[in-house]
Design a protein around this ligand. Structure first.
Ligand code: CAA
Length: 329
């Protein structure tokens, strides 16, 4: 009978090997699939050393990446495609050094009316971004104004280059933020800051954005994308299912009361124990030393990263937990 260590090594080796095969067999196909030929307003690429990060670059530089409808239709499609692709772990949305996005396209919307907005569901395409199950990271250099700031806030994490400028300047053109600015901003930075930003239309820089909690980290301009890809790759080392559940649980905090949010969290947490992300290895010890001959069965719990989470040791009719990880606390 093999020892626990042998079983563990065999299991680790098998899974790691399988994983490597999958990556190498599919990465080539992914690159071809995400040809940007069909897009006019965005560029799409698969990046990262394991080719598991979907990169979307907004690409209307002459208009400072103003978010016209065709751009948003393309963005929604690219996000949906990456969301549906099991090789992709996380998605990055970025712009260029001058602008992430300078807002909704003012020229496109200047003839809109209340009636046309209502009939056509103006900005309806934006919902594709918030419906994405995978983590989306905004890498913001330059202007993130109006709809640009709102697009960044639709993402799950915002990293910024040190010259980034944020703001909700809609008030300057006689309107208000219309893609979440009045609702998400107060939840992320608090009421007083949000009111100040929305009522003045003033811009604020990356370091202020970081201080108020809107942005999680600030980098030199030229390092931003590299660091954002590293973050996406780090997320990609975890179980995709658990990442999705964790994202849903955090987002629930913005949708509900504390009590129902905690209930949602608890049931999701319990649910993780029923997922295939916990890998079990079973071992019936016959060759352990004499003193442990009353051990009838051992179950080893692995995370999807193949870390040992814990051991169940069955001693005749009793089961004891040897705790290796707080998940079993
Ligand atoms: N929509 C359409 N075009 C835009 C744009 C926008 N939001 N922002 C900039 N552009 C265009 C400009 O018209 C200009 O194009 P042309 O060369 O063809 O005239 C080009 O981008 C470069 O812009 P500037 O010459 O103005 O560049 P700048 O460096 O002098 O100023 C800026 C940069 C401060 C960002 C300035 O362009 C600006 O204030 N833009 C508008 C920002 C804004 O008000 N955003 C909110 C839009 S409303 C909204 O987003 C509603 C919502 O909540 C969904």
């Amino acid at each position: 009978m093999a020892s626990v260590a042998t079983v563990t090594r065999a299991l680790l080796g098998k899974n790691v090997l399988n994983k490597c095969k999958v990556v190498s067999a599919t990465s080539q196909a992914s690159i071809k699939f995400y040809s940007t030929a069909s897009y006019e307003n965005i560029k799409v690429e698969v990046v990262g050393s394991k080719k598991n990060v979907g990169l979307i670059q907004l690409n209307r530089p002459k208009a400072l990446n103003a978010l016209c409808k065709p751009l948003f239709v393309e963005l929604g499609k690219a996000v949906n495609d990456f969301d549906a692709d099991s090789n992709i772990a996380a998605i990055i949305i970025t712009g260029n050094e001058k602008a992430f996005a300078a807002g909704a396209d003012i020229k496109e919307m200047q003839n809109n009316t209340y009636s046309s907005n209502t009939k056509q569901g103006f900005l309806r395409e934006w919902e594709d971004i918030s419906n994405c199950g995978k983590p989306i990271i905004a890498a913001v250099n330059g202007f993130a104004l109006g709809g640009g700031c709102e697009l960044a806030m639709l993402c799950d994490i915002i990293y910024a280059g040190e010259k980034a400028k944020f703001g909700q300047p809609e008030i300057n053109i006689g309107t208000i933020p219309g893609a979440g600015g009045t609702q998400r901003l107060p939840r992320y930075v608090g009421k007083s800051k949000a009111m100040e930003i929305v009522l003045t239309g003033n811009f604020f820089d990356a370091h202020e954005a970081e201080k108020m909690g809107l942005v999680s980290k600030v980098f030199p301009v030229e390092k931003l994308l590299e660091e954002t890809i590293k973050l996406a790759e780090r997320i990609g080392t975890h179980s995709p299912l658990i990442v999705k559940l964790a994202k849903q649980a955090v987002n629930q905090a913005y949708e509900t009361t504390l009590k129902s949010g905690l209930q949602f969290e608890k049931s999701t947490f319990y649910g993780t124990f029923a997922t295939v992300s916990l890998i079990f290895a079973f071992y019936t010890p016959k060759s352990l030393n004499e003193s442990s001959s009353y051990i009838t069965f051992v179950t080893i719990f692995y995370s999807s990263e193949l870390k040992v989470l814990g051991l169940h040791v069955y001693l005749q009719n009793s089961c004891y937990l040897l705790q290796h990880n707080p998940i079993f606390g």
